[in-house]
Design a protein around this ligand. Sequence first.
Ligand code: 5GP
Length: 194
Amino acid sequence: MDALKDKIHEVGRVLSEDVLKVDSFLNHQIDPQLMKEVGEEFANRYADEVITKVLTIESSGIAPATFLGLTIGAPVVFARKKKSLTLTNNTYTSQVYSFTKQETNDISVSRDFLSADDNVIIIDDFLANGEAVKGLVDIVKQSGAHLVGVGIVIEKGFQQGGKLLREQGLRIESLARIKSLKDGKVEFFEDGEF
Ligand code: 5GP
């Protein structure tokens, strides 16, 4: 997706060979126009599927997931990382190791919002080692819902998550795939190259 890649080149900051900071449009401040286009692009790529629910994880997946939900007319559910007082035991729960925070979080989704009748798409901001997506896939499995596929805003293709998840047969659509963050520069895979 060219508008996304242009934005990453313009304002993304390479913090190390592993970590890209995109706080100004995705992870802290949100660019609603770009997120709207991101939501529409996910909808186009999955136009062949009927989706009844968009599932993401707080907090940075919520913006792209919501614009997809708005585009296709489906509700958006986000997994919570901390148990809320109002979230009782009526939950699906899994564990996610965070690549950037280097800690493990329990994530949970209320059973009220995901069931065996749903066709679910998982959306997240980044794909690195695939831990967040794996936790969300586990929650979809517990619910008995059908998993249509995964949509990722920025995939770091030099880390293993995308490869591992695709090998398991998951459909993963990434809007920008990074080949390398070496020498402080963002290099993308060309379309079709991987
Ligand atoms: P994974 O679970 O695939 O290892 O990592 C994905 C999660 O870690 C995403 O939800 C995202 O919040 C965070 N993450 C991983 N790599 C990066 C990165 O380079 N930059 C930012 N901003 N977040 C990242």
